[in-house]
Design a protein around this ligand. Structure first.
Ligand SMILES: [Mg+2]
Length: 281
């Protein structure tokens, strides 16, 4: 069984700035400050963190828990209107090929498809609504689960295990996003990672985060199916086992697994242990 987790913004859909507008609206209503999101890097972070930062940009201080709850309520109330505005302005887009790719995965009994997103659960489904893609996602990890994207992903995997009624191994989880933060979170949790370049991520940061697969969108399904281990590599290379790719072209085209990834995982494991020590756990 494989668990495939999709980020939403820039990976499944582009909501034409609906989220930022809804958040701006909520911050302005509470602090009088306009366009607070202009000062905040929203992409790849969780809603929870974005709400705090946007409020701080507007009010000059952190929100109290009550204020954060009100901000969240106002955001969720405003979001459907902003999403519809994007649809009307033809600025709401699906990432190319994602519909077919999801339909292909949905047809397989050995694949569970879920969300791994920084969006709050309510916000996630409001954003997905016009795309018609929501039906594919029976479970997920959301921005309301944690500030930390790696924990969001782990939550999604716990829910997948519940659905499947069996534990899910780290190596069975595949995370698809559009920013380096998606990749870093996946690696921190010990999962596979891939990136679509047609989203909102910063290319140089994405390159540095070193995902296993890096491709424009889903219009060519082949590399995705090979990465997921659902199709054989035409070059006969078994994924995740080779040390050095046969050629630089293959390296660039099909991403990097094998020794590369294990090195990184080892590094992250050491970092996590060090973090735990500092936190006194
Ligand atoms: Mg994204």
């Amino acid at each position: 069984m494989k668990v495939v987790l999709f980020d939403i913004d820039g990976t499944l859909v582009k909501a034409g700035g609906a989220g930022a507008r809804a958040l701006n609206h909520a911050v302005e209503a509470m602090t009088g400050h306009k366009d607070a999101c202009a000062k905040v890097q929203l992409q790849g972070a969780t809603d929870k963190a974005n709400f705090e930062n946007a409020f701080k940009a507007g009010a000059g201080r952190k929100p109290r828990p009550k204020e954060l709850a009100e901000l969240t309520r106002r955001y969720v109330a405003r979001l459907p209107l902003e999403v519809m505005a994007s649809v009307k302005a033809k600025k709401y887009l699906k990432v190319r090929g994602v519909e077919k790719f999801l339909a292909r995965l949905a047809g397989r009994k050995d694949v569970l498809v879920g969300l791994g997103t920084g969006n709050l659960k309510d916000g996630a489904f409001i954003k997905l609504e016009p795309s018609g893609l929501a039906k594919h996602f029976a479970f997920g990890g959301y921005g309301c689960d944690s500030h930390h994207r790696s924990v969001v992903l782990q939550k999604a995997v716990q829910r997948a295990a519940k659905l499947r009624k069996a534990p899910v191994k780290e190596g069975e989880v595949f995370v698809i996003g559009d920013t380096h933060r998606d990749v870093e979170a996946a690696k921190e949790a010990g999962y596979h990672s891939a990136v679509v370049l047609d989203g909102f991520g910063d290319r140089s940061l994405i390159m540095r985060s070193n995902p296993e697969l890096l491709t424009k969108d889903f219009s060519d399904m082949k590399p995705w199916l090979i990465w997921l281990g659902l199709e054989k590599d035409p070059r006969g290379v078994r994924r995740g086992t080779y040390i050095c790719p046969d050629s630089p072209i293959e390296h660039a085209h099909y991403g990097r697994t094998g020794l590369d990834l294990r090195d990184i995982e080892l590094g992250i494991r050491k970092l996590r242990e060090a973090k735990k020590k500092v936190a006194g756990k």
